[in-house]
Design a protein. Structure first.
Length: 365
């Protein structure tokens, strides 16, 4: 097969590209330039889109012996990831930019371009697996559950999964680093990326404040009593406990948490942890990673829901709803989950198989 290896400059994508070539595929390496001004991305190895990363990717491609190119995806990235990040926070929601980047850039944009150029698919260093079941390729968790990235890949459609290749899905991270070292790849000991690549300082609240401005608002308890002030409701997220700066202690002496954001009134509502309990999740714009039956509209199925990238899966019942042509996904958990923000992804699993995902629009009991 002719494959494009998306090379971030890290150890995982380098080993994935090497394995793809070793398997006999015709591979070219591609690094995505996501900013027209890379200098505004910080130096160092904690992001995934620095200038150093592009150099690391090129050196890895040279060692592997594959052609290497840099594709300018800065316009697509700004429109689909950065602008989405700003608009979601402005609306009082908490987005996941890495998930959106996988959906709109690494697969939708790159895969579309790859297929148009006559390639058969895209290779990445994500920790996930695909398996052929009844003639269809389905998405599964990685063997190394501690590094599993199926959650952030659950935005891929069935069609995109057909062209997605994850050579590291059956390998644990320590073995990947050892393999990189044996292959002579200089990124073998490079730290993993952790931060949001387009926030140079790592200070999300400060970055948002620079772009959305500061507006003093009230922090109130569940009764509506003012207990403090803030400089912008969008800098808070549901479940947050630290950094609230409250002037009035709770009557019980228990810590307060952010319960919800009210962007229209620029208000942050706080309360005790018990008020964060949620058992019902309604997600909009669901994406199905495999076959989905009409029966799901009539009767719920059993599975597990995961609401954080490396969070615990919770047993649940889930079903589809279609109203006025708009589809939604609802999950009801057997036990409450605490501190889940709207804007995050809800991913449904059946065992290790990824059923689908949706963006959380409502939560409740």
């Amino acid at each position: 097969m002719k494959l494009i290896a998306a090379m971030s400059g890290g150890v995982d994508s380098a080993v994935a590209a090497a394995r793809a070539k070793e398997a006999g595929h015709d591979v070219i390496g591609v690094h995505l330039a996501l900013s027209k001004n890379p200098k505004k991305y910080r130096s160092g190895a904690r992001g995934c889109c620095t200038i150093e990363d592009s150099h690391d990717a090129r050196r890895a491609a040279d060692v592997i012996g594959i052609p290497f190119y840099i594709w300018d995806m800065s316009d697509e990235f700004h429109q689909n990831v950065v602008e989405n990040f700003l608009s979601e926070y402005s609306a009082g929601r908490t987005p996941n930019p890495c998930l959106r980047c996988n959906e709109k850039i690494k697969f939708e944009a790159v895969l579309d371009r790859a297929l148009a150029m006559g390639f058969d698919g895209v290779v990445t260093g994500h920790y996930a697996q695909t398996r052929e079941v009844d003639g269809q390729r389905l998405l599964y968790r990685a063997k190394d559950h501690s590094k599993d990235q199926s959650y952030v890949l659950a935005v891929l459609t069935s069609e995109q999964i057909q062209g997605a290749h994850f050579p590291l899905g059956d390998t644990v991270k320590d073995d990947v680093r050892k393999e990189a070292s044996k292959r002579g790849l200089s990124v073998a000991s490079k730290p993993d990326s952790h931060d949001i690549c387009f926030v140079p300082s790592g200070d999300n609240a400060g970055w948002l404040r620079e772009r959305l401005g500061s507006e003093v608002g009230e922090i109130v308890d569940e009764s509506g009593e003012k207990v403090g002030e803030h400089q912008g409701a969008y800098t808070y997220t549901v479940g947050q406990r630290r950094g609230l700066g409250l002037s009035v202690p709770s009557e019980s002496g228990e810590p307060r948490y952010v319960l919800r954001i009210e962007p229209v009134t620029n208000t942050v509502v706080v309360g005790e942890r018990e008020s964060l309990a949620t058992t019902r999740f309604v997600g909009e714009k669901p994406v199905w990673c495999g076959p989905v039956t009409e029966a799901l509209v009539e009767s719920p199925a059993r599975g597990a829901i995961q609401v954080r990238a490396h969070g615990t899966p919770y047993a649940c019942s889930y079903f589809r709803t279609i109203e006025s042509g708009q589809e939604s996904l609802t999950a009801i958990t057997d036990e409450p989950i605490f501190g889940v923000a709207t804007g995050q992804a809800m991913v449904i699993y059946e065992g290790d198989r990824v059923v689908g995902s949706a963006t959380i629009a409502k939560t409740g009991l």
